[in-house]
Design a protein. Structure first.
Length: 118
C-alpha cells in the first residue's frame, strides 16, 4: 500500500503543479496571502484529500490541510527568493531552487504516507 500511495502522490503532484497551475498562480506565489498562491495550494490540498480519503476521511482532511499549508509556504519561500534575486530559467539558481522546492514537496508526501499507512 505504501508504494501505491506514494505513486498516487507523485501523480497528484504532477497534475497539480504543472497542468493545473496557471500563470496567475505562478506569478503571484511570492506575495504572501495572494489569491493565486492560495488557489495553487488549495488545488494541492484537494488532490491530497482525494489521495488519502479512500483510506480514511478524517486522515484525508488532516493530510489535505497539512499539505496545503506546507505546500503554500514552500512555494512562497521559493518564489520569494526567485523574485528577490531576479532569477530566470536561464540561471542555475532558478533550477536549484526549483529542485529544492520539489524535494521538499516529496518529503512532505513521505511524512504523510508514513503517518497514514499503519
Amino acid at each position: 500500500m505504501t508504494v501505491a500511495l506514494f505513486t498516487a502522490f507523485i501523480i497528484k503532484h504532477f497534475i497539480c503543479d504543472f497542468p493545473l497551475q496557471r500563470g496567475y498562480q505562478f506569478r503571484n506565489k511570492w506575495r504572501y496571502g495572494h489569491p493565486g498562491g492560495l488557489l495553487h495550494a488549495g488545488i494541492h490540498a484537494t488532490g491530497t484529500l482525494f489521495v488519502i480519503a479512500w483510506i480514511s476521511a478524517p486522515a484525508g482532511i488532516i493530510a489535505a490541510a497539512a499539505d496545503g499549508i506546507i505546500h503554500y509556504h514552500i512555494d512562497w519561500v521559493k518564489s520569494g527568493l526567485n523574485h528577490r534575486l531576479q532569477l530566470t530559467h536561464e540561471q542555475n539558481g532558478f533550477w536549484v531552487l526549483l529542485g529544492v522546492d520539489q524535494m521538499l514537496h516529496y518529503l512532505t508526501y513521505v511524512v504523510i504516507v508514513a503517518l497514514t499507512v499503519p
